[in-house]
Write a new protein. Structure first.
Length: 161
């Protein structure tokens, strides 16, 4: 496993925290204009989605590390957003959960032998996924959503970068 990938994964928490720094509750809850090409969710919803999804991916990584070819169950992000009250939860708390999840998993990943990263589980929709695949997926997922957060901030005139 590329140790640089583990560090990218670990450093994701700071990127997420930075992406929402300085935003007001109103900024976080602002619904993007249709056709703005910045996604349909508010920044708050995106941050909570990232925390929830990262917790799911961390669980999948743990299962792949500790079990033999475990099942890795898919979830419907839109049903989670609606059913788990993304509009009423704290994005600040979600960012902290994200940070702690990444911190704990990075500690585990750094201690694993190289051979552990070839271990795999069977995703219910995407098929076989190795531990390396899961770490890369987590890194890519964050980057994908950070682009939308940055675009939303830019449209508000609050881009930091």
């Amino acid at each position: 496993m590329n140790r640089e990938l583990i560090e990218q994964y670990a450093n994701g928490a700071e990127k997420l925290a930075q992406s929402i720094r300085g935003l007001t509750a109103e900024d976080m809850a602002a619904v993007p204009e249709p056709g703005a090409n910045v996604g349909k969710w508010t920044i708050q919803q995106v941050v909570i989605h990232l925390a929830d999804a990262d917790s799911v991916v961390a669980d999948r990584m743990k299962r792949v590390i500790a079990e033999d070819n475990p099942p890795l169950i898919a979830f419907d992000e839109n049903k989670w957003a609606a059913g788990l009250h993304y509009d009423e939860r704290s994005a600040t708390d979600a960012a902290k959960v994200f940070e702690l999840t990444r911190k704990q998993m990075a500690t585990i990943l750094r201690k694993l032998p190289e051979s552990a990263f070839a271990r795999s589980g069977m995703h219910s929709e995407a098929g076989k996924k190795t531990l390396t695949d899961l770490v890369q997926m987590a890194v890519n997922h964050l980057e994908h959503h950070l682009k939308f957060i940055h675009a939303k901030r830019a449209r508000m005139g609050k881009e930091m970068w």
